[in-house]
Design a protein around this ligand. Structure first.
Ligand SMILES: NC(=O)c1ccc[n+]([C@@H]2O[C@H](COP(=O)([O-])OP(=O)(O)OC[C@H]3O[C@@H](n4cnc5c(N)ncnc54)[C@H](OP(=O)(O)O)[C@@H]3O)[C@@H](O)[C@H]2O)c1
Length: 366
């Protein structure tokens, strides 16, 4: 067997601790699949005394995650801190500058800086892997980039935010209003104290911008995503939709139109007969429509320590095995900017006013 792949993990919170546990419990399996052992050599987080649920006494601890990214012994830096800028960005930049492969779960970072980072990684023949950044445990990046490589995609859409989906599902099931269900979700730990990233569609917009780049071979264009969240969805909307045979879902939608690429996130009425309508609670789903394959539906857990760790591990096994693809499916220089198309089209107009629209203007989809 080849020498082990030595990794450094920056961030030991929900995803970081889950990843350490997976790497420990599945060590043999991963070694078989990657052709070499994956060994955690260094870690960094803020609080050294905090129990992470795994043995770290033999692992080098760094107070400074950016310094860790320069450690000559390390092959791969796994960035699990979060945030578009600040320390996460410094760690990833330092890792690429020092010739380390990067694995990250950070959708904000990839949505804001993905194209630049991909170009940097490519220049240095390094991996920049981000399966965990979109839809947690669902291997959607790999599915679009590799599994559907033989297709021109027409449309990619999905339920990309588990918190919003949980709130909408609970509102429908319990007949309660948005504010009440949000407060409960916060108590249960399903929603952050500041929930705006989730409920205002920002998190889904990050993921959609990444998906659109992978699916349509264009640079990541977060500014081109129209985003509206679920704050204004009322119980009455949900009841009306139900009566008409629909469910309200927060969808992220990217599609090729005559004018270019349309990217939008907003609440939609989806027919109860479609598979996506049955995706409830914290689950995510992604639907891709390709010209040769037709429709592909992927569903699973879009967040959580172990599902997200599952995606991090898949990226690490690829690196261990030497499987390398361009981060967005084509070389960074070949990412062709399609013009951004405004959200349009009669039935698909966010907030449009047409038969079947609910009172607050939730459009149909599906
Ligand atoms: N949670 C999920 O289900 C999920 C799913 C998919 C993707 N993601 C993404 O995964 C990333 C991590 O999310 P998370 O939920 O695991 O976050 P988290 O629980 O808040 O963990 C963040 C970790 O980063 C560490 N950290 C903060 N500042 C640091 C610094 N300056 N230097 C070193 N470490 C630092 C924290 O240290 P301490 O522990 O010492 O405070 C903590 O261990 C984010 O990009 C998130 O978007 C999360």
């Amino acid at each position: 067997m080849k020498p082990p792949l030595k990794i450094a993990v920056a961030g030991l919170g929900t995803v970081g601790a889950g990843t350490l546990k997976l790497l420990q419990d599945q060590a043999e399996l991963l070694a078989e699949r990657g052709g070499r052992r994956i060994v955690v050599t260094a870690v960094s987080a803020r609080d050294r005394r905090r129990d992470r649920g795994v043995e770290l006494s033999a692992v080098r601890w760094y107070e400074d995650a950016t310094a860790m990214a320069a450690d000559p012994e390390i092959d791969v830096v796994v960035e699990l801190i979060g945030g578009a800028d600040g320390i996460a960005r410094q760690v990833v930049d330092a890792a690429l500058d020092h010739g380390k492969h990067v694995v990250t779960a950070n959708k904000a970072l990839m949505a804001h800086h993905g194209t630049r980072l991909a170009a940097r990684a490519e220049e240095r023949s390094l991996a920049l892997s981000f399966e965990a950044a979109v839809a947690g445990g669902i291997p959607v990046i790999k599915a679009l980039r590799e599994g559907l490589a033989g297709n021109r995609l027409e449309r990619v859409y999905g339920i990309l935010n588990g918190t919003s989906n949980y709130i909408l599902t609970t509102m429908r099931e319990t007949g309660r209003e948005f504010a009440e269900v949000l407060a409960e979700a916060q108590k249960l730990g399903y929603a952050e104290a500041d929930p705006s990233f989730d409920i205002d569609g920002v998190d889904a917009a990050h993921k959609l911008a990444i998906l659109a780049s992978v699916g349509f071979g264009r640079p990541v264009d977060l500014a081109g995503v129209y985003a509206e969240g679920i704050r204004h969805v009322s119980r009455l909307d949900i009841d009306f939709a139900e009566e008409l045979g629909y469910r309200i879902k927060l969808l992220g939608i990217a599609r090729r139109t005559e004018d270019g690429l349309e990217q939008r996130v907003h609440p939609c009425m989806v027919s109860r007969a479609t598979p996506i309508a049955a995706v409830e609670g914290v689950f995510n789903a992604v639907v891709a429509e390709g010209d040769f394959v037709g429709r592909v539906v992927l569903e699973g857990r879009g967040a959580g320590a172990f599902p997200t760790a599952s995606s991090v591990a898949a990226d690490l096994v690829d690196i261990a095995a030497g499987r390398r693809v361009a981060p967005f499916g084509v070389p960074a220089a070949a990412l062709a900017p399609l013009p951004g198309a405004p959200p349009g089209g009669s039935m698909d107009t966010p907030g449009g006013n047409y038969p079947g629209t609910t009172q607050s203007g939730v459009p149909h989809y599906g």
